[in-house]
Design a protein around this ligand. Structure first.
Ligand SMILES: CC(C)(COP(=O)(O)OP(=O)(O)OC[C@H]1O[C@@H](n2cnc3c(N)ncnc32)[C@H](O)[C@@H]1OP(=O)(O)O)[C@@H](O)C(=O)NCCC(=O)NCCS
Length: 141
C-alpha cells in the first residue's frame, strides 16, 4: 500500500532533518552537532514513516509542562494535501494534552497562508497589542 504510513516518536538524523527542511525551502544551519543537540533537547520529535523513509516531521520544544511550542512541521511536497499533516498535528496535540499541566501555553509560528491549517485545534492569531517578536542570532566564526 503506497499510501500507508505510521507515526512514531523518533529523532531523525541531522541529514534527514536537513533534507526535510530543504524539501520545503527552509534554510537551516548545516552544523551537524548543533542539529543533533537541538533535536535531542526537544520535548518530543514525531516522524511519519513510509517504510523507513521520513515523509513528515514535527517536534515540540518547551518545558514539557506549562509551555509548549510546535516547531518544524514539515510534510515533504509529494506527500502534502493527503491528510498526513493533520494526522501529525493531531498526534502532537494528543502528546501535549497528555503531558501538559491543567493550564498550559501552546504556541507556534505560522506562515500567513498556513494559518487556516492550525485553526481546527483552536489556535488563533495573536492580536496587534501582543506582537510576536524574534531575531536571528549570528555569531561570526
Ligand atoms: C502546511 C502543511 C504542514 C500541511 O500538511 P498537509 O499534509 O499538506 O495537510 P493535510 O493534507 O493534512 O491538510 C489538512 C487540512 O488542512 C488544510 N490545509 C492544508 N494545507 C493548508 C494551507 N497551507 N493553508 C490552509 N489550509 C491548509 C487542508 O485543506 C485540509 O483541510 P480539508 O481536509 O478540509 O481540505 C504542509 O503542507 C507543509 O509541510 N507545508 C510546507 C511547510 C510549512 O509551511 N509548514 C508549516 C509551518 S507554519
Amino acid at each position: 500500500l503506497d499510501e500507508a504510513y505510521r507515526i512514531v516518536a523518533m529523532i531523525p538524523s541531522a541529514e534527514e532533518y536537513l533534507a526535510l527542511n530543504l524539501s520545503v525551502g527552509w534554510r537551516k544551519t548545516s552544523d551537524r552537532l548543533a542539529i543533533e543537540k537541538a533535536l535531542s533537547n526537544s520535548t518530543i520529535c514525531l516522524c511519519a514513516l513510509q517504510g523507513d523513509r521520513i515523509v513528515a516531521f514535527v517536534r515540540v520544544i518547551g518545558d514539557g509542562s506549562i509551555t509548549f511550542y510546535i516547531q518544524d512541521l514539515i510534510v515533504i511536497p509529494e506527500c502534502q494535501r493527503k491528510g498526513i499533516g493533520r494526522k501529525l498535528m493531531q498526534a502532537v496535540m494528543d502528546f501535549i494534552k497528555t503531558n501538559a499541566a491543567p493550564v498550559a501555553y501552546v504556541g507556534l509560528m505560522a506562515a500567513v497562508n498556513v494559518e487556516g491549517f492550525y485553526r481546527p485545534w483552536g489556535f488563533t492569531r495573536r492580536s496587534d497589542d501582543r506582537p510576536g517578536m524574534d531575531m536571528v542570532l549570528r555569531r561570526e566564526e
